[in-house]
Ligand binder design. Structure first.
Ligand code: ACO
Length: 328
C-alpha cells in the first residue's frame, strides 16, 4: 500500500550542545570518597559537563539550531517540537515552548515528555506517529537535561554518574522523490524510522527516583540487571519483526549510562563492541540527551552515513525501555 500509512519519517539533521564547564573524576574525588580508578572501571565515565549559565531550554535551543542548519530547515517550517526532559526549569511553560521562543519556530505545537533516560526514544516514537497521522510535516525532537541540579553531591553512589547536555534531530515526513518519480518511501530500503518497541514497568519504579525535593536515588545493581536483560530483548523484538539479524545493523546507539551495560548488551547479541559507539567517557549519563548527543557526534564525524541501518535504545527510570529501528 502506498501513501501516508507506509511513508517513513526521516531524520534529516542532528545537533548537540554541551556546557563549557568540565568536571573530571579527579575533581570529584576531592568532593566525595571516590577515585578516578573506581569511576572509570565501574562505569567508563571520565568527565562530565556541568551547566553554569546554561538552562535546559538554552541548551535545547542551541542543539535545535545546529540540527535546523544542518538540515537546511527554516525554524518557521517546524510544525511540532517535543522536548524529552526530566529536569525542566519550570513545571509550566514546558521546555519545548521555551525552545520555540528561542529559535523562532512560531508555527509549532510544543510539549514535553518525561520518561527519564528513555525520553528521547519515546519522543521520537510520538513525533513519528504524529507525522504519519498527518498534519505534521516537520518536527524537532530534543533531549535536554541538567542532571547536576538533581543530585546530592555528597552521595558518591550517584553523583559520579551524571552530566548535563542536549541533543536534537529534525524529522521530515515529506517524500524524498522528485516530481514525476514513483514514491519509494514505503519500500524496505527507504530511509526513515522503520519500527519502534517501547515499554514501562511501573511496579519497579521505586528503584530509581527523583522527587520535587529529593535528589536522584537509585538501586544501581537493580537498574543494571534490568538494563542488561530488557535492552537486548527489545532490540531482538525489532530485529525479529523486520526479518533482520543483529549483524545486519550498522550501528547500535544506546543510552550512555554505563560502558559495562553496553558491553553486556553487545555480548548478549554476540556482536563486537565496535558496533556500539560510546561517549560516556566525556559526558557521563545525560539521561534523555545521551542518544541525540551521540547521534550528532557520529554524524558530525561522518561515522554514520546515509543508508546505514541503526538501532537506538534507551532505558531508565519508570522503569522504562525501548528501541527504534532507523535507516538513515
Ligand atoms: N566511589 C567509590 N566507591 C563507591 C562509589 C564511588 N563513587 N559508589 C559506590 N561505591 C562503593 C559501594 O559503597 C560499595 O562498597 P562496599 O562493597 O564496601 O559496600 C562498592 O563500591 C560496590 O558498590 P556497587 O553499588 O555494588 O557497585 P556496582 O558495581 O554495582 O556499580 C553502578 C554501581 C555504577 C551505579 C552500577 O550499579 C550501575 O551502573 N548501575 C546502572 C545505573 C544506570 O544505568 N542508570 C541508568 C538509568 S539513570 C536514569 O534513568 C535517570
Amino acid at each position: 500500500m502506498k501513501g501516508k500509512y507506509n511513508m517513513r519519517t526521516r531524520i534529516i539533521g542532528t545537533g548537540s550542545c554541551l556546557p563549557e564547564k568540565i568536571l573530571t573524576n579527579d575533581e570529584l574525588s576531592r568532593m566525595v570518597d571516590t577515585s578516578d580508578e573506581w569511576i572509570k572501571t565501574r562505569t567508563g565515565i571520565e568527565n562530565r559537563r556541568i551547566a553554569k549559565e546554561e538552562t535546559t531550554y538554552s541548551m535545547g535551543a542551541e542543539a535545535a539550531k545546529e540540527a535546523l542548519l544542518q538540515s537546511k530547515t527554516a525554524a518557521e517550517d517546524i510544525d511540532l517540537i517535543i522536548a524529552a526532559t526530566s529536569s525542566a526549569e519550570y513545571a509550566f511553560p514546558n521546555t519545548a515552548s521555551l525552545i520555540q521562543k528561542e529559535i523562532g519556530a512560531d508555527g509549532a505545537a510544543c510539549f514535553d515528555v518525561s520518561v527519564a533516560c528513555s525520553g528521547f526514544i519515546v519522543a521520537l516514537n510520538i513525533a513519528d506517529a504524529m507525522i504519519k497521522a498527518g498534519g505534521v510535516k516537520k518536527a524537532l525532537v530534543i533531549g535536554t537535561e541538567i542532571m547536576s541540579g538533581q543530585l546530592d553531591w555528597s552521595d558518591r553512589s550517584v553523583c559520579v554518574l551524571f552530566g548535563d547536555g542536549a541533543g536534537a534531530v529534525v524529522l521530515d515526513g515529506n517524500c524524498q522523490h522528485d516530481k514525476g518519480q514513483e514514491c519509494n518511501s514505503g519500500k524496505a530500503n527507504a530511509s526513515g524510522i522503520i519500527d519502534a518497541d517501547i515499554h514501562s514497568d511501573g511496579s519497579r519504579g521505586l528503584v530509581l527516583t527523583c522527587g520535587k525535593d529529593t535528589p536522584v536515588n537509585m538501586n544501581g545493581q537493580e537498574v543494571f540487571k534490568f538494563a542488561v536483560k530488557k535492552v537486548p530483548e527489545s532490540i531482538q523484538t525489532v530485529l525479529k519483526r523486520n526479518n533482520l539479524t543483529a549483524d545486519d545493523i550498522d550501528c547500535y546507539i544506546l543510552h550512555q549510562a554505563n560502558l559495562r551495560i553496553i558491553e553486556s548488551v553487545a555480548k548478549r547479541l554476540k556482536l563486537d563492541i565496535e558496533k556500539f559507539p560510546h561517549n560516556m567517557d566525556k559526558y557521563g549519563n545525560t539521561s534523555a540527551a545521551s542518544i541525540p548527543i551521540l547521534l550528532a557526534e557520529l554524524n558530525r564525524e561522518h561515522r554514520i552515513k546515509s543508508g546505514d541501518l541503526l538501532v537506538l535504545s534507551g532505558f531508565g527510570a519508570g522503569l522504562s525501555w525501548g528501541s527504534l529501528l532507523v535507516r538513515l
